[in-house]
Ligand binder design. Structure first.
Ligand SMILES: [Zn+2]
Length: 400
């Protein structure tokens, strides 16, 4: 009788536990046995809790608007330990996370996975298929992949990685008796995300009615225009953004939290778009002169990855220009671009604003050599020995 009651009580506790997890892991007093199931991923007092699980503004271009894990900032080389016993299912290099280890666990009869990213030597200490003990040293803290400083990015997947869903690692561990917030050196403030985040378009991009290139274009947005988005909405490839009251979708690669110099370039002449950053690689497409190219993030040596229409490829940086041939610019054989002053008087200024100091007064028909295209219609130019900024609308390609 007594044994049956005890069993029934355990079953009830298990049901309550499951409910709590679904509800987001509300604080539940852990049982003594549950406390022995997990262990912290890093030794006590070796880490700070920095970025938390949950909705956020995109921290860098293309990033998600939902942080799927908990970041533990720690010195490079700090031992990373398995939070529970289990079996290694991923180990080694992976795009984005750099080096990682993923471990499958069975806890309370349910499948979970723990994921450790940006580590050093993801497959040096453990191999896929290997069984690990709770607390076993599986990797070292590093800053591999998309990371700016050494930290452990810890994810917990209920139902297993990658088919299950992520849960808050802090709640997952706390529920099982390990409270990382009391074992860390310091906890950064956990801030509530704003209702709207401010971003910029990173290149000229179509605002579409849905998350995919198959959806109609509502309007085309220019490079570096201000857009906004809601944290946590659409963690996939597309971002829902609003521009001047109109809400639509753009690809995440075109959403940046900061103003970006990347945008459009133009081919100087007919040009080969190549599969790799080398003249010996395959030609994926031949470009006409003055082709409009969208700058992609990848840069290798003097090669730039660009998009033309729907085709991506590499071009040599010397074969592309900031400005388009046509109304304002003339280009000589070596690729330099220049134009002439179209107004009777034009001030050459120290900065790209009308309030910055005058460097020189230019006259109609003065020739200016283009150095760089700035934002807001300004161009950095050289006139004789002087360098400064002028508004491009006062320039012409019509030789006097
Ligand atoms: Zn992270």
């Amino acid at each position: 009788m007594g044994r049956i009651r005890a069993g029934a009580r355990r079953a009830l506790v298990a049901v309550a536990a499951t409910t709590a997890m679904v509800a987001g892991g509300a604080a539940v007093a852990p049982s003594a046995s549950a406390a022995t199931v997990v262990t912290p991923p890093l030794k006590d007092d070796t880490y700070v809790l920095s970025s938390y699980y949950g909705a956020r503004c995109m921290p860098v271009r293309s990033a998600s608007t939902f942080h799927l894990g908990q970041d533990l900032g720690a010195a490079s080389g700090t031992d990373v330990r398995a939070v529970a016993k289990g079996k290694v299912v991923k180990a080694g290099a992976v795009r984005g996370f750099g080096q990682w280890v993923v471990i499958d666990h069975t806890l309370d009869g349910k499948k979970f996975s723990s994921l450790y990213a940006h580590v050093i030597d993801g497959d040096a200490r453990v191999k896929v298929g290997q069984t690990v003990k709770k607390g076993q040293h599986i990797a070292d803290v590093g800053s591999t992949g998309t990371s700016t400083s050494p930290h452990l990015h810890l994810e917990v997947w209920k139902g297993g990685y990658p088919s299950g869903t992520t849960v808050d690692p802090l709640k997952f561990l706390k529920y099982r008796g390990v409270d990382l917030t009391t074992r860390s050196i310091r906890n950064y403030t956990r801030s509530t995300p704003p209702s709207s985040c401010s971003y910029f378009t990173a290149g000229k991009v179509n605002l579409r009615t849905g998350p995919g290139t198959g959806y109609p274009v509502m309007r085309t947005l220019q490079s570096n225009v201000r857009i906004s988005g809601t944290p946590g909405v659409a963690p996939g490839e597309w971002r829902q953004v609003t521009r001047n009251g109109r809400t639509g979708w753009v690809h995440r690669d075109y959403v940046s939290p900061s103003y970006t110099s990347q945008g459009s370039r133009y081919s100087l002449s007919t040009l080969n778009l190549r599969s790799k950053p080398s003249t010996s690689s395959k030609v994926v497409r031949s470009l006409p002169a003055d082709a409009h190219l969208t700058m992609l993030r990848d840069l290798k040596g003097s090669w730039q990855r660009v998009r033309y229409g729907s085709t991506n490829g590499w071009v040599h940086a010397r074969c592309i220009s900031d400005t388009r041939d046509g109304a304002q610019v003339v280009r000589n054989a070596s690729g330099a671009t220049y134009s002439w002053v179209a107004t009777s008087t034009l001030y050459l200024r120290q900065g790209a604003t009308t309030s910055s100091a005058k460097v020189a007064t230019l006259r109609r028909d003065d020739r200016v050599t283009h150095l760089a295209t700035m934002s807001g219609g300004w161009i950095k130019v050289k006139v004789g020995s002087k360098t400064g900024y002028v508004a491009s609308r006062y320039l012409t390609s019509d030789r006097p």
